[in-house]
Design a protein around this ligand. Structure first.
Ligand code: URA
Length: 440
């Protein structure tokens, strides 16, 4: 096989065979195929797509490109959730502990920020001492004892995705249905859970901007999961507005704890309740309605906070930061961003909000950048709100004063103010299973 020929084939819309995909992934992981050829292939896939068989073959080759988790020592059904990526999306830190507090074993492999989106590992690492690099036997012990553990792709887990994820991030090849589906599902299959709930984001802050693409991505991932013998469903949820009020790592952990105490923003609370209900449902805890009621009651009595704190301690972190989130270091510089005119907030370009947060230091602009955990944005006004000129829309937080002006400019570009109240948006649009899509 010559990689050149495969790129040529895909460029003209041809289908790659399982053997060709196998050799391509093995060659890329071993270093035989260089980044520049793989970049060309990724771009060809972005333009030409892949059929279901190719996407499935790619997922399987990636999932088996390195070690896979052995969760056999964890008792009961193991459940996992994964978001396709969004802004202010801290749902894992809420739905995971909530589901664990209700008896589901959550063995979760998470990722870092990608493009304008945040990543669960970065958020968790804002808690002093916490590590997401944990050997398999300790990971299983924590899941058995606490109910949940969250690890990164440590060691030699899914090395193909590790390399491709970093490459796609810097070559504008993230927003492709087969590439996102294979990236996410290869990790989910390698991580070994029995049940998988997928949160497919849609809108201006998601990689999939249209409902049609979001549904196609959800169907693709559910089909791959079910084909591999997993219980699997996807929710299509809104990402045309940042989720909750906090964007940025320690800020999002703080908001997650408030939400676990039942004091979170309504949008974040609702999405987390639905994700939790689906985790419980796939784990066989009852009907979807009964699972929703269980999730609500756990949210009301705040029992997820203790589970999150126990997980933090078990992963080497200082759990006092969960019980008292005021302990998180505050950014040295705060800028209040005010409304340039009165009216309704008619649009929040959510990718723009994510970029503004990254510009403040909360995300990576380059692959090797480190993260400022205290940086980010707190939104005081959101889509649909009526504001007067001069009202505070948001606060920006940074450790370097020079970052504030460009981030403020980017944030204001993202907010549109108009005279007409915009239509209310749904939070959860649909639930996708192997049987089809149910629209809400
Ligand atoms: N999340 C992933 O894990 N992979 C993608 O490609 C996009 C979002």
């Amino acid at each position: 096989m010559r990689m050149y020929d495969l790129i040529e084939k895909k460029k003209h819309g041809g289908s790659l065979t399982r053997q060709e995909i196998h050799e391509m992934i093995a060659g890329y992981v071993s270093g035989e195929i260089p980044d520049y050829q793989m970049s060309a292939m990724m771009m060809a896939v972005c333009f030409q797509g892949m059929n279901r068989q190719e996407t499935t073959d790619l997922t399987m080759e990636m999932a088996h490109s390195g070690d896979t988790a052995d969760l056999s020592s964890i008792e009961g059904i193991k459940a996992d959730k994964h978001s396709t990526g969004g802004v202010g999306d801290k749902t894992t830190l809420i739905a995971g502990p909530l589901a664990a507090s209700l008896g589901v074993k959550v063995a979760k492999m998470s990722g870092r920020g990608l493009g304008h989106t945040g990543g669960t590992l970065d958020k968790l690492e804002s808690i002093p001492g916490l590590t997401t690099t944990i050997p398999g036997d300790r990971f299983c012990r924590i899941v058995n004892q606490v109910g949940i553990a969250v690890i990164g792709q440590s060691g030699n887990m899914v090395p193909a995705d590790k390399k491709l994820y970093a490459l796609r991030d810097v070559t504008a090849t993230v927003d492709s249905i087969p590439l996102i589906a294979s990236s996410i599902m290869s990790k989910k299959l390698a991580a070994g859970s029995d049940a998988i709930v997928l949160d497919v984001k849609t809108g201006s802050g998601a990689f999939m901007k249209t409902m049609e693409d979001s549904e196609a991505l959800a169907r693709e991932m559910v089909a791959i999961g079910e084909g591999a013998g997993k219980k699997c469903c996807a929710l299509i949820t809104d990402m045309d507005v940042p989720l909750g009020r906090a964007i940025g790592n320690a800020l999002e952990v703080t908001e997650a704890v408030q939400t676990l105490r039942g004091q979170g923003p309504a949008d974040l609370t609702e999405v987390c309740l639905q994700l939790t209900a689906n985790l419980l449902f796939l784990a066989g805890k009852g009907s979807l309605e009964a699972c929703r009621a269980m999730a609500e009651s756990a949210m009301r009595d705040g029992r997820g906070v203790k589970v999150l704190a126990d997980m933090v301690r078990a992963q080497g972190g200082d759990e006092s930061f969960i019980y008292d989130t005021d302990r998180f270091a505050k950014a040295a510089y705060v800028r209040k961003v005010t409304a340039p005119a009165g009216g309704y907030i008619t649009h929040m370009d959510t990718e723009g909000c994510g970029i503004a947060s990254a510009m403040l230091g909360a995300g990576r602009v380059k692959k090797e950048d480190s993260i400022d955990y205290s940086a980010g944005i707190c939104l005081y006004r959101k889509y649909g709100d009526l504001v007067k000129e001069g009202d505070v829309l948001a606060e920006l937080y940074a450790s370097d004063e020079r970052l504030l002006d460009p981030a403020e400019e980017r944030f204001l570009q993202a907010c549109a103010i108009g005279e007409q109240a915009p239509r209310p948006r749904k939070l959860v649009y649909a639930r996708v299973t192997g049987e089809g899509t149910v629209w809400y």
